[in-house]
Ligand binder design. Structure first.
Ligand SMILES: [Zn+2]
Ligand SMILES: [Zn+2]
Length: 255
């Protein structure tokens, strides 16, 4: 499995883009950054977008991707998948013919550039050779973490935004996950803000990792607020793990 990091930050400043990761070029995990990081061919290869939640920093790339595909007349369809509440939010608040066009009817209702797919927490679903499991995590809005298993291959888990949570780690612990991508948004001194806003600090992350009997062997961190990233990075060695570090925009992981 090849994972390309289009963005891995909790906000946007020069050099830091919002979270999005391509899996083997055709599935996107979150969509905070798309078109400013992909070339035309790479854009056209995207078939599925798995959204953790509807916060703007995780969906921001979708409107421009759809617009580009329609303008280029690629004829391709992108299926945006998430929990029912997340999809409802996108329909009502983004693709509502006011903020942005309803791309489920463009270029034609029969062959639109956008389709929606609903995932149910705990269920397994197979798309394009990948076994997908979504599980609820704990954020300020309905949010899902994902486990992706390539058929006959490796398995990754992606938390999206979450504060302390349980179900997702139980599921990860049963699935022989090779690589975990998990958020760490704030430094330890901001624990109260992290908890209020449904995020983690390094010391909160340590408690989450300890919830698993067999934590994944590789753990990558994302979603630091750029203003706090250096401070957070200094607090990571205290976790006592060598296989843990922040991802950076443009990085490519071979799992
Ligand atoms: Zn969020
Ligand atoms: Zn976020």
């Amino acid at each position: 499995m090849i994972i390309k990091v289009l963005g891995a930050s909790g906000s946007e400043v020069p050099g830091h883009y919002c979270p999005a990761f391509t899996v083997d070029g055709k599935i996107l995990l979150d969509a905070g950054t798309i078109c400013i990081s992909l070339n035309i061919t790479e854009e056209s290869n995207i078939r599925y977008i798995l959204l953790t939640h509807a916060h703007f920093d995780h969906i921001k790339g979708i409107p421009f991707l759809l617009d580009n595909l329609v303008v280029r007349e690629t004829g391709s369809t992108v299926t945006v998948m998430s929990g029912q509440e997340v999809i409802d939010d996108l329909k009502q608040n983004i693709f509502n013919d006011r903020i942005w066009p309803d791309f489920t009817r463009i270029p034609t209702p029969d062959a639109p550039v956008l389709r929606f797919g609903i995932v149910r927490p705990g269920d397994e679903e197979t798309i394009d050779g990948y076994r997908i499991t979504a599980e609820r995590v704990s954020h300020t809005v309905p949010s899902y973490g994902y486990i992706l298993e390539k058929e006959g291959g490796k398995t990754i888990a992606y938390s999206g935004d979450t504060g302390p949570t349980d179900l997702f780690w139980k599921k990860v612990d049963t699935r022989n996950v090779n690589c975990l991508i998990v958020e760490t948004s704030f430094p330890n001194r901001m624990e109260e803000i992290a908890l209020q806003s449904g995020h983690l600090t390094p010391s909160l992350l340590a408690k989450e990792i300890a919830k698993m009997k067999t934590p994944p062997p590789r753990i990558y961190l994302i979603h630091a607020k750029p203003q706090h990233q250096q401070e957070i990075e200094k607090e990571i060695p205290a976790l006592g793990r060598e296989d843990i570090r922040f991802l950076t925009k443009g990085e490519i992981l071979k799992i």
